[in-house]
Design a protein around this ligand. Structure first.
Ligand SMILES: Cc1cc2nc3c(=O)[nH]c(=O)nc-3n(C[C@H](O)[C@H](O)[C@H](O)COP(=O)(O)OP(=O)(O)OC[C@H]3O[C@@H](n4cnc5c(N)ncnc54)[C@H](O)[C@@H]3O)c2cc1C
Length: 466
């Protein structure tokens, strides 16, 4: 397939320099930083060149040039993705959005913000909070860009109450692979006018269009927040408790689960002890409320349910510092496992009530091997991250991929999907037929072709090229 693309010539590189400016074209060894993302065991691929356009018009010109000359283009945000979506697997051009990092408007009257795609989540949440507003989307990695968040339909730890990336996007500006600039949606909350292109481009992992800016929904901040860490003797008891909490009409912003061996690794990685670390399974329940009285009420009602469901105890940190330590431990669980020889990670989503059964069966699939098995995830929305570890060798990597396939098959057979929030990227496309029939994959191919007839935008991601 790579043979179907052309290489960049000196004359094409000169054209790119003319479009984006000499300071915004990177080549040679400096491209190394754009050759990988945060995917476990990511195989780096060097792009021939990296361009960093400063506006949509320049992006349109780059894409037109790429189309005319059949050069692959890989859009890139913060490079924090976990599916190798931003890895330029056919070389060519990496189109980095890093220079498009302006917050164009925060509209307090309409509770919206208009931002360029390269703005990081960290910069944006801070700017919004300085204006007394709140952007709740919270995938674990704040150096990700908002464009990347939307392109992957990121989820994270507050999805139980606030939803995932696609619930925050009202409209966008995007450049099509053939170089046209389109605007979709607007500062309104309902629309029944034609196909919903905003939602089609959101979650398309940079295969249909390059998002250049977007209109995002904001909300009011909660007055108070709290975390409850709840140890259990089994994952079954922990997951059963999640159903009870939600059935009673309580709406935590997030409910995370984690197994003891992940907690141990996080403790070692951060050097900070986690209370009750000797127990088998944990829920970490994140709550928000208007004021102290409401937060105490929520905490006490949730604690009561947990204890009735056999929780060992309920730990409430009490100080801001202890709360931060707990959040840090949760955020560092992925790097902690990565530090211990992470070979691969599944991001399966299953019906919420099936999490414990899924984890138990997935672990049984791994027991025939010597690989380590770690499970953590977003219990409130059924999203399970299973991480397999071992010494890095060809044999172990092959075994991990075989087990991964079995885990995906299991997840789908239990009514789930192979990715809940990290996307398909280059990593999971071989597994797509486990989750979708031929007709559905064919329809996706036709959509891809309608947007990208020359297949130059992020080829080999989500779908195999024709
Ligand atoms: C420690 C850690 C924890 C994480 N936790 C979570 C979590 O809880 N939930 C979760 O959902 N994710 C999580 N992630 C994954 C990651 O942060 C998300 O996938 C993020 O949304 C990617 O944003 P990015 O800017 O880094 O995109 P990149 O990695 O640069 O790109 C990701 C994909 O989006 C495309 N893309 C990027 N920008 C654009 C654009 N402007 N237009 C079109 N396509 C574009 C790329 O081509 C690629 O396919 C975690 C990652 C790490 C490292």
């Amino acid at each position: 397939m790579a043979g179907k693309y052309n290489k960049l010539t000196d004359s094409l590189i000169s054209s790119l320099i003319e479009i984006v400016g000499p300071g915004n074209v990177i080549s040679g060894e400096a491209c190394e930083n754009y050759s990988r993302d945060e995917t476990p065991n990511c195989r780096p691929v060097l792009p021939e060149v990296v361009v960093r356009p400063e506006n949509a018009v320049a992006i349109a010109r780059v894409l037109r040039l790429a189309c005319e000359n059949k050069i692959p283009v890989t859009p890139r945000g913060g490079g924090t993705g976990l599916s190798a979506g931003a890895v330029p697997i056919y070389g060519g051009i990496v189109l980095s959005l890093e220079k498009m990092e302006r917050i164009l408007e925060i509209d307090e009257a309409n509770f919206t913000a208009t931002v360029e795609a390269g703005v990081t989540l960290e910069k944006f949440t801070l700017a919004v909070s300085e204006r007394g507003l709140y952007f709740p989307l919270y995938p674990g990695e704040k150096t990700a860009t908002l464009g990347g968040n939307m392109a992957t339909n990121a989820g994270g730890m507050r999805a139980v109450r606030y939803g995932v990336a696609r619930n925050f996007i009202l409209g966008l500006e995007a450049v099509l692979p053939t170089g046209e600039i389109i605007q979709t949606g607007g500062k309104y909350f309902k629309c029944s006018t034609g196909y919903d292109l905003t939602q089609l481009i959101t979650g398309s992992e940079g295969t249909l269009a390059v998002i250049t800016s977007m209109i995002l929904k904001l909300t009011n901040p909660a007055g108070r927040s709290e975390i409850l860490l709840v140890p259990f003797n089994s994952l079954g008891e922990a997951i059963g408790t999640v159903q009870e909490i939600l059935k009673k009409g309580l709406r935590p912003i997030g409910i995370e689960f984690m197994q003891r061996n992940v907690v141990e690794l996080a403790e070692r990685f951060t050097g900070k002890e986690i209370p009750y670390h000797q127990y088998a399974s944990f829920l970490m329940i994140l709550i928000e409320a208007e004021n102290e009285e409401e937060i105490l009420d929520q905490a006490s009602r949730i604690s009561e349910i947990c204890l009735l469901r056999n929780a060992v105890d309920v730990f409430i940190p009490g100080s801001e510092r202890a709360k931060r330590d707990l959040m840090e431990a949760r955020e560092k669980m992925y790097p902690a496992v990565q530090h211990n020889g992470l070979l691969t990670m599944a991001d399966v989503v299953v019906p919420r009530s099936s999490i414990a059964e899924f984890v138990e069966k997935a672990e049984a699939l791994t027991q025939k091997s010597s690989l380590g098995f770690f499970a953590v995830g977003h219990a409130g929305d059924g999203n399970v991250h299973i991480m397999l570890t071992g010494t890095s060798s060809g044999a172990n990597e092959k075994l991990a991929q075989e087990i991964l396939r079995d885990i995906y098959e299991l997840g789908v057979s239990m009514g789930g999907m192979i990715s809940g929030e990290h996307g398909i990227g280059a990593e999971k496309k071989a597994f797509l037929p486990l989750a979708m029939n031929r007709e559905k994959i064919e329809l996706m191919r036709r959509i891809k072709k309608a947007f990208d007839p020359y297949n130059i935008l992020n080829p080999g991601k989500v779908l195999y090229p024709d």
